[in-house]
Design a protein around this ligand. Structure first.
Ligand code: PLP
Length: 425
């Protein structure tokens, strides 16, 4: 696409955008002027879909009117409520419906999956992670090492970008995996690094991990609902993600997990069990002896968090209405490319501001991370005062994520104009 800096360009793009009307489906927060902000924090907390309240209200009503009977009666009885979400979820992450389930929150699910897929032995006990992984993932791994009586320092191997580079090279990740060889128990990577916005080559990492006999899993917090995923075809062992970032299901909204079909009928796999993972036909017989449901459902512990799941159901439905991830991704590449173009057009020297997110659209999602070497915090505050909501990551990164479901080209133009104004004042 040939971008230009004129306001007319943004207006023409919005007028021609087949997804533009989805913006009306969300509540946009107000900026300081009282006008809607240009919201670029969908990587942190997605906006409230207008359909979410009604979806939650339906469940309040069921609770109000039918109380305990709500488990078994109505259009979506609570007993099997989670099943109604599997197909839409599977489409977002490239999975079979039985490979996914929505439950708990992300870090909890990461632990549950590591209990199954990180099974260290005396010789094979290491875990490869990207350096600078999200802190919750680091803490989860440290504590998993201790759970097995191991020293986290001995277990966790981090791979960092080469000197002078901001992002990882796939060939370096592959080489590291090969080097660790049969000492490597598990590879745990983000699908997208939250700080740089780099998309990792999940297919290549999975192949490399499997080649040395390791299990391979991904934290897709920044990838689910953002980029195209093919978890099943990539042969990923396990994955989890939160639904409150690009999937707009609200603060603390429930998380998704993926467990590859290969493990669907493996009741022998070690796991932490609860009654909701138990064979559904026998669940209410309240008998001894855990027998897991086949597929991802067998990792459930508790009965579903229905209000939260209802909100998620409303939000994930919008992805199908918009034509699925490929339609969204096409717009996303244009929006992010436009933002990159506007920033480059300012001609700022790299010593002031550089974009550390990869330039190749295949290696990034919505997000651009600006490494601001001088006056970073001032720039961030200036943007906020102009009604451009970005987010700040210490020590000096501003992340901007134009989201195809609700951001417009005009939002992106506003961000570019505000950055320009900051440097020209
Ligand atoms: C957002 C995020 C989390 C947050 O975890 P919660 O358990 O939902 O609080 C964890 N890991 C990554 C990579 C994230 O981006």
């Amino acid at each position: 696409m040939a971008y230009d800096t004129s306001p007319a360009f943004a207006a023409a793009q919005d007028a021609a955008d087949p997804l533009a009307h989805f913006r009306q489906e969300f509540h946009l927060p107000a900026g300081p002027s009282g006008q809607p902000a240009a919201y670029f924090c969908g990587n942190s907390l997605g906006l409230l879909p207008k359909t979410a309240r009604a979806a939650a209200e339906r469940e309040f009503k069921a609770w109000e009117e039918r109380a305990v009977e709500g488990h078994f009666t109505g259009d979506s009885p609570w007993m099997t409520y989670h099943e109604t979400l599997n197909e839409a979820t599977a489409r977002v992450v490239g999975a079979r419906p039985d490979e996914v389930v929505v439950m708990n929150t992300l870090t909890v699910n990461l632990h549950l999956l590591l209990v199954t897929f990180y099974r260290p032995t005396a010789t094979r006990y290491k875990v490869l992670m990207e350096a600078g992984a999200f802190p919750s993932d680091q803490y989860a791994l440290e504590s998993q090492a201790r759970l097995h009586g191991l020293d986290p320092e001995q277990v966790i191997v981090e791979i960092a970008p080469r000197a002078g580079e901001h992002t990882l090279r796939t060939e370096d990740i592959e080489a590291k995996i090969a080097e660790l060889g049969d000492s490597l128990a598990t590879v745990l990577f983000g699908g997208i690094n939250y700080y740089t916005g780099q998309v990792f080559d999940m297919a290549a990492i999975t192949r490399a991990g499997h080649a040395v006999g390791a299990t391979v899993g991904f934290d897709l917090a920044h990838a689910a609902g953002n980029v195209l995923l093919h978890l099943h075809d990539w042969d990923v062992d396990f994955a989890c993600w939160c639904n409150y970032k690009y999937l707009n299901s609200g603060p603390g909204g429930s998380s998704g997990i993926f467990v590859h079909e290969r493990f669907a009928d493996r009741p022998d796999l070690v796991r932490l069990a609860g009654w909701w993972g138990h064979d559904q036909a026998e669940r209410f017989k309240m008998k001894k002896g855990f027998r897991p449901m086949p597929g991802a459902a067998g990792w459930q512990l508790s009965n579903g968090q229905i209000i939260t799941l209802a909100i998620y159901g409303a939000s994930v439905a919008l992805f199908d209405q918009a034509g699925g991830m490929s339609a969204l991704r096409a717009k996303s590449e244009q929006l992010t490319g436009y933002l990159e173009f506007l920033i480059h057009s300012l001609g700022l020297p790299k010593t002031k501001l550089e974009i550390i997110t990869p330039q190749n659209p295949a290696e990034r999602g919505c997000q651009l991370s600006l490494l601001v070497h001088e006056r970073g915090r001032e720039l961030f505050d200036f943007l906020a005062a102009q009604g451009v909501m970005a987010d700040w990551r210490e020590p000096n990164v501003i992340r901007l994520s134009p989201v195809p479901l609700y951001n417009s080209f005009e939002d992106v133009r506003r961000a570019g104009a505000a950055i320009s104004q900051f440097y020209n004042e």
